[in-house]
Ligand binder design. Structure first.
Ligand code: UDP
Ligand code: MG
Length: 329
């Protein structure tokens, strides 16, 4: 029997939190009244996490455990969770008790309104002090604003792990690197309706955060990747070509100007930095255009070798065809 809900918990050294979390989670899910499975992904923990999970699995078979061979990262844990999930609704959350299981019914209620993705929006995360505003609230708000602007999916809190996905959305997402932070934006590639609900936030009780300040740089680089893929994945020449043409034209104009000064006024060019600059621009321009063309070839290889269409169908009204195949793209 396939469960209706799949809860996905990425776990890296959370031995102390695990029993508390499941003690909260299982009664909450039971109360909701839908059948469920809890997929715990042990992401190469070096503490007692796996032993704890093994115990819990022995007590309750709805707790399924996937143990990675080494630490592959939270994104890989989500990817495995999405792959193994059987439920119609897939819910992700942190395993460190920072998300409150009691918020799950709120997510599901919103989900029932017909959304494909429902994201938590953590409330009360900041102490109301000047320092906290300066060092945490403003950076976080700017990051969320920037990600929203660049990806076109407007959320107040990209960092909240508590989210619910329609099974089809979760199954169709390909994840790489640290891209779990951008899941709603990536899902939007296939066209999804995203909603937000306020959820509570608790500070970490056991263990420590797995990420430091280094994540800021990673997030910026990932943001470039995601916004590029969302906008140009099937037409790379349009961005590379644009930049290339710009650079090439400016270089050419400067080159023509320099040639004229030489031809008309006999000015010496050898010691003019502008000449090198013009040559540089022309060469970079050509390179960018060629990169765009290589990109175009890559797109064709990607889609044609896997028979992947460049679109996704939400519904098909076609009386000659009553199969569900339209959703597989
Ligand atoms: N996590 C994981 N693999 C990793 C890092 C983290 O599975 O390589 C899990 C971790 O156990 C936790 C969740 O991802 O359940 C979020 O991590 P953390 O709480 O450290 O991040 P923060 O809340 O500080 O952003
Ligand atoms: Mg956490």
């Amino acid at each position: 029997m396939t469960p209706e809900l799949s809860i996905i918990l990425p776990i890296y050294n959370e031995a102390e939190s695990i029993p508390h979390l499941l003690n909260e989670l299982i009664p909450t899910l039971t109360q909701i009244g839908h059948s469920f499975e809890i997929i715990c992904i042990d992401d190469g923990s070096r503490d007692n996490s796996f032993a704890e999970l093994k115990k819990l699995h022995a007590q309750d078979k709805r707790v399924r455990v996937i143990r990675f061979r080494r630490n592959f990262g939270q994104t890989a844990a989500f990817a495995a969770g999405f792959h193994y999930a059987q439920g119609d609704v897939v819910i992700t959350m942190d395993a460190d008790l920072q998300n409150d299981p009691a918020d799950i019914p709120k997510l599901l209620a919103k989900f029932d309104e017909g959304y494909d993705v429902v994201s938590g929006w953590r409330q009360g995360r900041w102490r109301e002090s000047f320092k906290s505003t300066l060092t945490r609230k403003i950076p976080s708000a700017s990051a969320n604003w920037l990600i929203s602007r660049m990806t076109g999916v407007h959320l107040h809190d990209y960092g909240c792990a508590l989210k619910a996905y329609h099974k089809e959305v979760a199954k169709n997402i390909n994840l790489y690197g640290d891209l779990h932070r951008f899941l709603p934006a990536i899902a939007s590639y296939h066209g999804v309706d995203v909603a937000e609900v306020p959820v509570s936030y608790r500070s970490r009780q056991f263990g420590e955060s797995k990420y430091g300040l280094g994540r800021i740089i990673k997030v910026i680089l990932d943001l470039i990747t995601v916004s590029f893929l969302l906008n140009y994945a099937t037409r790379p020449i349009q961005i590379f070509g644009l930049m290339g043409l710009f650079s090439f034209s400016v270089g050419t104009i400067i080159g023509v100007y320099l040639s004229l000064t030489k031809l008309i006024y006999g000015a010496a060019l050898a010691d003019r930095p502008l000449l090198s600059f013009a040559m540089l621009l022309v060469m970079i321009g050509m390179q960018l255009i060629m990169m765009g063309l290589l990109g175009e070839m890559n797109v064709r290889t990607y889609h044609e070798t896997q028979n992947k269409p460049i679109y996704t169908v939400r519904e098909l009204l076609d009386s000659n065809d009553d199969s569900d195949e339209a959703n597989d793209g």
